[in-house]
Design a protein around this ligand. Structure first.
Ligand SMILES: [Zn+2]
Length: 258
């Protein structure tokens, strides 16, 4: 990259000049909440062998209550859309990708193996499930526009990390600015939560469209809002929900020049 020279040894890179000369106003007028792992329906009709063993995995890996905690009461006035998978991830995982790397471990879109428990899926069932998967992805895309922030909403078992809140971002076109990531981080920081970016989880769902938008994942440690033994929600849930509501309010009004 060549440099442009301005007077007293002041070098400015061309790409910086391009930014200065053609500023773009970046703002979010649409928050889209993607909640793929809160549901538990559909398990009865799956063919998991040793279903009782699977139930322990369902207890551990369902993102309990995220469909309530992440969705504020005033979604309409805030221009927030949510897309919630009601089926269990052990039926169909809407977070996985076509040709997902986890496919080879039996944990792609349709799990066939999990912690030593196996599942049989016939051709007809697979076809039926993939139709539902495609419809979910298309609905998600239909909610997005170039001023959207897609928030991928999850939770994780407490024994995996002592981080309270994990923010995940991609290292590509979908990455929000550091300023926006800071808004989310500080929102939780201020309440005393231990927050990390891309730790213990990284990345965020970002389906390809013909325009650019931002995507950010929020993973809550289950200990901050529920009892993982009894699966009961705790008083911490209300606090997390309030913090999220405050963050949404800031993000929806946020604008900056990029
Ligand atoms: Zn999840």
């Amino acid at each position: 990259m060549s440099n442009l020279r301005f007077g007293n040894n002041c070098d400015i890179k061309e790409d910086f000049m391009t930014t200065i000369m053609s500023p773009r106003l970046r703002y979010y007028d649409n928050l889209v909440l993607h909640i793929p792992h809160a549901g538990i329906s559909g398990l009865d009709s799956t063919c998991w062998i040793h279903k009782l063993s699977l139930l322990n995995e369902v207890r551990r890996w369902t993102d309990w209550y995220t469909d309530v905690i992440f969705v504020p009461d005033d979604v309409t006035s805030l221009k927030i859309h949510s897309i919630i998978a009601t089926n269990s991830r052990f039926v169909l995982d809407m977070e996985r990708l076509i040709n997902d790397p986890l496919e080879k471990e039996g944990q792609g879109i349709i799990y066939t193996s999990f912690s030593g428990v196996h599942r049989e899926v016939d051709v007809e069932e697979k076809k039926r499930l993939m139709i539902r998967y495609t419809a979910h992805q298309e609905e998600l895309k239909s909610l997005l526009n170039e001023h959207s922030l897609l928030i991928d909403c999850h939770s994780f078992p407490s024994e995996l990390s002592d981080v309270d809140v994990c923010i995940g971002v991609n290292d590509d076109w979908s990455r929000p600015s550091d300023f926006v990531i800071g808004i989310v981080k500080e929102g939780f920081d201020r309440q005393g939560y231990k927050v990390r970016v891309n730790e213990p989880y990284s990345n965020s769902i970002a389906p390809v469209t013909n325009f650019i938008y931002s995507s950010l994942m929020i993973e809550l440690n289950k200990r901050i809002y529920m009892n993982e033994d009894t699966l009961e929600v705790t008083s911490g849930a209300k606090l997390v929900r309030n913090v999220l509501r405050q963050i949404y309010g800031i993000l929806i009004n946020h604008s900056e020049l990029t």
